[in-house]
Design a protein around this ligand. Structure first.
Ligand code: FE2
Ligand code: FE2
Length: 193
């Protein structure tokens, strides 16, 4: 039921930007779509996009925002890097094929305690690297995508690659949009200058 909708079309469009590592990416995507909850998982248990397919909606939004930002700011970065990092930065939220991270209950989703604990970003990097040969910059971007919101990321403060800065901003922006936190107060922005 989820296969042909608008988000899936946008997701396939982003995937089509992966050219050099297409065969690795195709194999990864086959695994994700056929052996994990990738197409149906929520983005969280209670917060942003806690709905079926929420993770895919969020991932598409982050990848599209990264592509727009990099075209404006640093077109030297490849579409392929933005597609891989944007789409898969949160892929750790699927958990594992035998042990999904989120379990559907009548009233929503619950976190599955029965799995090996690791951060989402570490799990994302772990899962992606099994299939796709990442550049060092892509690995940094996936592992540290939460930026300085997370204390453990302190060692990369002021040492982020441009790709890491792009994913951190795109992720924060997408989550704020999803939560309805981006409101344009015209009075403030346009009249009081
Ligand atoms: Fe994340
Ligand atoms: Fe995210």
């Amino acid at each position: 039921m989820y296969k042909d909708n608008e988000i899936v079309k946008r997701y396939r469009e982003i995937l089509s930007k992966v050219i050099i590592r297409k065969s690795e990416c195709d194999e990864f995507v086959w695994f994700l779509e056929n052996q994990t909850t990738w197409l149906t998982a929520p983005a969280s248990t209670k917060y942003h996009l806690s709905i079926e397919g929420g993770l895919l909606i969020h991932s598409v939004s982050v990848a599209e925002t990264m592509l727009e930002l990099k075209n404006a700011l640093i077109p030297e970065i490849s579409d392929e890097s933005c597609a891989i990092v944007g789409l898969f930065h949160d892929v750790g939220k699927i958990g594992m094929p035998h042990s999904p991270r989120y379990i559907k209950k009548n009233s929503g989703y619950e976190y599955n305690e029965n799995q090996i604990e690791m951060s989402i970003a570490a799990r994302s990097l772990y899962i992606v690297s099994k299939y796709i040969s990442l550049t060092d910059q892509e690995a940094q971007a996936i592992l540290y995508h939460d930026g300085q919101y997370i204390q453990e990321n302190r060692p990369v403060a002021h040492r982020e690659c441009p790709l890491t800065l792009l994913v951190t901003f795109a992720d924060t922006w997408a989550a704020a949009k999803e939560d309805g936190r981006i409101k344009i107060d015209e009075e403030f922005y346009f009249k009081k200058r």
